[in-house]
Ligand binder design. Sequence first.
Ligand SMILES: [Zn+2]
Ligand SMILES: [Zn+2]
Length: 139
Amino acid sequence: MPDDFNITGSCQCRAVRYAVTALAHEVDHCHCSVCRKSHGAMFGTYATVDRAAFRFTDGEDNLSDFEVTPGVTRRFCRTCGCHLVVIPEAMPEIIWYTPATLDGADPGHPRETEKHIHVASQQPWWSFTDDRPKFDGLP
Ligand SMILES: [Zn+2]
Ligand SMILES: [Zn+2]
């Protein structure tokens, strides 16, 4: 990994900003109903990084926490509702952030790790326009 890897992202209203100092291990596009409804989108996209490589640089006190699945905390900007991270209690070494909120940066994940998960829960009228691997649940 390049020593100087440092990318940044922010919420819609820019009250909350973050920095990531490591390449993502993988990227997942999750079609489950929790992700769809949390994002208000056809799927939620997450980059997995070491928790030590992720930090909020501004506005962390403007986040609201929401726990849909026990032990999994979702953090949103309380002003604009932008979904920024998911923190799994059972996996203290990693964090999932939402790379769609990066400001023009690439999460740097190995491209072969990028996949669609929980596609059994996708909206029935969605059609895939890419050839990334698809899993009914988790791989
Ligand atoms: Zn915001
Ligand atoms: Zn999901």
